[in-house]
Design a protein around this ligand. Sequence first.
Ligand code: XIL
Length: 379
Amino acid sequence: MARLTRALLMALATAGSATAAPAESTTTTTTQNATADGLHSLMVKAGKMYFGTAIDVNNFADAKYMAIADNKNEFGMMTAENSMKWSSSEPNQGKFAFASADKVVERAKKNGQGMRCHNLIWYNQLPSYVTSGSWTNETLTAAMQTHITNVVEHFKGACYAWDVVNEAFGDGDGSYRQSVFLKNIGEAFIPLAFQAAAAADPDTKLYFNDFNLEISPDKAAATLALVKDLQARKIRIDGVGFQGHLVVGGTPTRDALATSLRQFTALGVEVAYTEVDIRFESLPASSSGLEQQAQDYAALVGSCLDVKECVGVTVWQFSDKYNWVSSVFKGKGDACLWSADYAKKPAYDAVIKVLQDAISSSGTSKIPGFMMDEGVFFW
Ligand code: XIL
């Protein structure tokens, strides 16, 4: 294991001793006191690597938000919500722009938090020179390889993992999603992307990341076939990210979710929940709705605890104030653990409880997950 990766893992492992008092504790709806263990601290005590969140530079000016985001007791792994995507990182061909993403990385580093890096190849948030360019298989392959090489090399040492290919399959039927990459390169764009990422950084974990893997058997089957295909060709893939964009009352049970995760870990890859939010289909939420949301979050986090090779859970923003759902799905939302005014919701309490229950019923040593030997994690 590379030195930087080991250093990051060791730093994450010490997170349980973090005692920073969350500045929002006066508005909390819970009985937690200010120094109680938060999400990340408990996740580590429960044998996992991290609890994380998406964040971006546009959030930095919000002091109340940042008091929570900077607190490693709550979050030990950060993902830049938008600023590493192709439209941000290479807005003009060959001209790379890393200033925003660098600020996210620097802030995480200062806080002792790790980074999950997102993403390299996706059909969305592409600059128009990519979507409207007149490409051939050869020229787009070269542009894709140049993009991946430059971005991965720039962030080398900072990223625990990279989402190399994001959302390659359609909404639920397991067919390949139409994209400029599929159109010009064919399905080979995926192995080519993984090969380029592996060559650029041998130490970061390489993930395929997608949504609805939790609820669509066809999409899960297509993704399993992809993992097997890459492995058969000896192309490195280390993990599969379950995005976890789910619906209140439509989230599978803890056991069903764990079964879905295990389909992948049986192939020898790790898994993680990478973009969790559990939205209401209509608002305002009722108090029974908030309880259902709490159960759904607990089921999801519980399923990660139940699967040894599930490394952690990342939420896609932690406050309803900034979650993307309400801007994309009109009239829907309130999908996060904290309300828009930073009160902890029942879902927050439920996640804390599922973690505390796992720790007290099993003891860390008996929970499937990471083991530590002389400061080095291994499965
Ligand atoms: C979303 C961001 O949250 C929004 O701010 C942006 O406008 C669109 O993208 N799947 C992904 C994420 O992999 O990158 C998406 O993020 C949400 C869906």
